[in-house]
Design a binder for this molecule. Structure first.
Ligand code: NOJ
Length: 861
């Protein structure tokens, strides 16, 4: 053991009882301290009826049945990407878990919704909810119990991060509001939501899947964890989320699904999470220790590699309970959490059967696909679950569209305009929108990134060129990306309006697309998009750039070209890529999206710390040195002028702000009041079950190869033994954390302390939607980002209409996380509140001590 490792062990031991913080063990190096035992679920009033039903059911289960529910049956052994073993005897079904965050993966007759990033760009709470509700309804109608979304991790720290587009934008507050409504929407429809990936899964390189021991360690200090990465997860827990998916990577040196501090301590104790922790697929790293650390369900059942049928739980968990290394109490809690979530969502009543197969589009297939055996059964019933969801999908795609430049009001276009369209991104994939599995190619209009967070288009993506051609009489196009003579000739047509389509794609690491291993190699437009824009703009006086992109792209080569009159960021529209865009381009509606991330001028502008790590072995330390200053906060703190700042977005109309006021509703104490006492949790007998409960049943005559069973050959031979428990292991519950007390944390954190009101008037010529945004500057007494988003609202106003808007600041909004007190603290002094149309354009300034002024000149630097 190296001296530094000795120090680590010594400190870890010291920190167990002294302080539950995530410690900085040396400058720039972190470890995650132990936190045991795993807190039991069931103490929150909202869940008590579900827990008492679960208790009644689980009390009747055998050890084998309990193991089945936690373990899942192995890759491709059921119709969904994750399937638990059923308890037929008691009417508890196989629970189907299916991706993902924008619709149902591997199914037909569903809606491929706009991606999370597009949804975040709407800044519209109602649309976020409506999209999620529709997704939940589709999931339920297909028989999916657990939808594997929403995603808020990655948060979007690294602009190149491959999966940022699955989430809602690079700010914890925006992600938090979206997560809250998304969970509510999915679960109000009766489907369990899964918030993922917990936590620090900010890049795809070395994310640690596939038992790759070269794994990034997201080294996050305790304050940054609470104020940035945990924030959206807290909001999901507050909304009552059923499942949390732990991530592949390590956090402060410990794997996400083995991290007792983060699962037992932060999630289950401090945030009062009542649902269950599910491992990302093959993210489980050990048998006993992960269960003690708070993991409740492994997925997809196989342990160290896909479809090998060798589980770290399954029969091994049966053995671990019989030999006493996993206390039966812990297993009971894990099972009760899973069963309670099923009751909580009302899934015990008339839940539709799973009516699709993830593994074939044929109507029939073998029952056990993973073993390629079993009877031939009907697997695809082709249930059409789309209802009128195209409308909400189109509304999200449309209202996310972010207008970045519009010189001379070149937009909206008129139907009479001579329109010339360039770029493969305006058309379809010549091989069909679903031709690349999990959208692992960038061909034709980009509706989503690639990976597990995708869904199939049905029947195909609606292309921009089709929608534009329907709207205008004189449309010609060359849908390729090279600047050839025909392109410049067409672009040079007299009075043409030239629409140039460019894109930038990213996805999950298991697919490499055009040399990009999940993360983006760089953040320029793909397929030579910069040259295409320049080639067209050099010939066409009225060039309009439309981008479909997973995140920020660098536009410096052409943004100031005098002929580039307009720039439209259409994000990732999902299936509804056509009409949603045409409605904005032709002025049926005014654009109302705002950037959910910063568009900088160079990749380096985001800071050295957030650049991808693409080389390394073993524990690859990724220090979150920028701490709280992620995305726009980094630009603000370092006086870096972005090209387009976070929150920015133009409109065809204009808004005037007036009559600001700030009101204090409560005088906040420095610390929140003591949280309410917790309710009781279910209890079960703690004796070790009879070995016979996990003996192979006589009626199983054929054992399906690679199927995960809970049974042991000679269970009576398993003896109670001594297990080398992890350092810091204890069976005595910790005192309830001061920051806890309810789902999401101490309920007093959501007490409203200030209200800021103002009027917004539509002073332009058409109906439009404004997004007033509230940015908070903390008092000088505390170190904090220059300003942080703490409120927003989307409002529709007719021409001339005026509306009063009130934004609320809660105790949590005005607190910082104190690592010593392990609590949220309201700092002393004056808070400055800025209201504006972006993170840099403010129209009203208020202070908690001095009232409000309307800014004279509007400042945007
Ligand atoms: C791995 C991904 O990280 C996760 O998001 C997904 O839900 C699972 N695979 C299942 O497909």
């Amino acid at each position: 053991m190296k001296p530094s490792q000795l120090l680590f062990v010594a400190l870890a031991a010291l920190t167990v009882d002294a302080s539950p913080m995530i410690q900085e063990r040396q400058a720039g190096a972190f470890d995650s301290p132990p936190y045991f035992p795993s807190p039991k679920g069931g103490w929150v009033a909202d869940w008590s009826s579900a827990y008492s039903k679960a208790h009644a059911l689980v009390s009747q289960m055998t050890l084998a049945e309990k193991v089945n529910i936690t373990t899942t049956v192995g890759w491709s052994m059921g119709k969904c990407v994750g399937n638990t073993g059923p308890v037929d005897r008691l009417g508890f079904p196989s629970i189907c878990a299916q991706d993902g965050p924008l619709g149902i993966r591997f199914a037909d007759l569903i809606t491929a919704f706009p991606a999370g990033i597009t949804t975040g760009a709407t800044w519209d709470e109602d649309l976020i909810y409506a999209r999620a509700r529709a997704m939940g309804e589709e999931a339920k109608a297909k028989g999916v119990h657990v939808l594997l979304g929403p995603a808020v991790g990655p948060l979007g720290r690294a602009p190149q991060g491959g999966r940022n587009w699955e989430g809602f934008g690079s700010d914890p507050y925006l992600q938090g509001v979206a997560a809250h409504h998304a969970v509510k929407g999915i679960q109000d429809a009766g489907t369990q939501a899964t918030i993922k990936h917990y936590i620090g899964n900010e890049q795809e390189h070395f994310r640690g899947d596939g038992w790759n021991h070269n794994t990034v360690s997201a080294n996050i200090d305790d304050r940054t964890l609470h104020e940035v990465y945990l924030w959206p997860f807290s909001e999901a827990v507050r909304a009552g989320v059923a499942a949390v998916m732990c991530s592949y990577n390590t956090i402060n040196g410990t794997y996400g699904c083995s991290n007792s501090k983060l699962l037992n301590g932060v999630l289950k104790d401090e945030l009062g999470f009542q649902g269950y922790v599910m491992a990302d697929w093959l993210a489980q790293r050990s048998g006993v220790e992960d269960m003690l650390s708070g993991l409740d369900q492994t997925q997809p059942g196989d342990g160290e590699s896909w479809a090998n049928g060798k589980s770290l739980w399954g029969d091994q968990l049966s053995r671990a309970v019989l030999n006493s290394s996993v206390p039966v109490d812990r297993l009971n809690d894990a099972v009760t959490r899973i069963v309670a979530a099923w009751y909580q969502l009302g899934q015990d009543k008339n839940y539709p059967p799973v009516s699709f197969s993830s593994w074939t589009t044929n109507d029939t297939d073998v029952l056990y696909k993973g073993a390629n055996m079993g009877p031939i059964v009907k697997v695809n019933d082709h249930v059409d679950v789309r209802a009128n969801h195209a409308e909400v999908a189109r509304a999200v795609a449309r209202d996310g569209i972010t207008l970045l430049k519009n010189n001379g009001n070149i937009l909206p276009l008129s139907q009479k305009d001579k329109i010339r369209v360039f770029g493969s991104d305006a058309g379809g994939n010549p091989n069909g929108g679903n031709s690349c599995p999990d959208r692992g190619c960038n061909s034709g209009v980009l509706g989503m990134g690639w990976g597990s967070g995708t869904a199939d288009y049905y029947p195909d993506i609606e292309t921009p060129i089709a929608a534009i051609s329907q709207r205008a009489r004189d449309v010609e196009s060359i849908l390729k990306d090279q600047v050839t003579a025909d392109v410049t000739t067409m672009a040079g047509a007299k009075d043409a309006r030239c629409l140039v389509f460019i894109s930038s794609d990213a996805g999950e690491a298991y697919i490499t697309v055009e040399g990009n291993q999940g993360d983006r190699n760089d953040i320029h437009a793909w397929h030579g998009g910069d040259d295409l824009v320049l080639g067209v703009a050099n010939a066409c006086k009225n060039t309009i750039v439309v981008m479909h992109t997973v995140g920020p792209i660098i536009v410096e080569k052409w943004v100031d070209h005098p002929n580039v009159k307009a720039i439209v960021n259409a994000h990732l529209p999902g299936r509804e890529a056509g009409q949603s865009l045409a409605q904005v381009l032709f002025g049926d509606v005014s654009p109302s999206g705002h950037l959910p991330y910063t568009m900088g001028k160079r990749l380096e502008d985001w800071g050295a710390a957030v650049q991808l790590i693409t080389t390394g072995t073993g524990r690859i330390d990724q220090e979150y040195k920028e701490k709280l200053n992620v995305d726009y906060k980094w630009f603000d703190a370092n006086n870096i002028t972005p090209r387009y700042e976070f929150g920015f977005g133009l409109s065809y109309t204009s808004f005037k702000y007036s009559r600001p006021s700030i009101r204090q509703l409560q005088r906040p104490s420095r610390l929140p009041p003591t949280p309410p006492k917790r309710g009781s949790t279910p209890t079960y007998p703690t004796n070790i079950p009879a070995a016979s409960e996990v003996a192979w049943p006589k009626d199983i005559t054929t054992r399906i190869p690679k199927y995960i069973y809970p049974y042991l050959e000679n269970p009576e031979d398993v003896k109670v033994g001594k297990y080398p428990y992890p350092a810091g292991y204890s069976t005595t519950p910790k005192p309830a954390p001061a920051a806890g007390g309810a789902q999401g944390g101490n309920p007093a954190l959501w007490d409203v302390i200030y209200e800021v009101s103002f009027n917004v008037k539509n002073t332009g010529k058409m109906t439009g939607k404004a997004v007033p945004q509230l940015y908070l500057e903390f008092p000088k007494s505390v170190e904090a980002p220059v300003r942080q988003l703490r409120g927003f609202k989307k409002i529709q106003l007719k021409r001339g209409e005026e509306q009063k808007v009130t934004l609320q600041l809660t105790r949590k909004d005005i607190s910082t996380w104190d690592v010593t007190l392990q609590n949220w603290v309201v700092p002393q002094g004056d808070f400055v509140v800025r209201i504006g149309e972006s993170s840099r354009k403010f129209v009203i300034t208020c202070s908690t001590r001095g009232g409000c002024d309307e800014e004279r000149g509007q400042h945007r630097d």
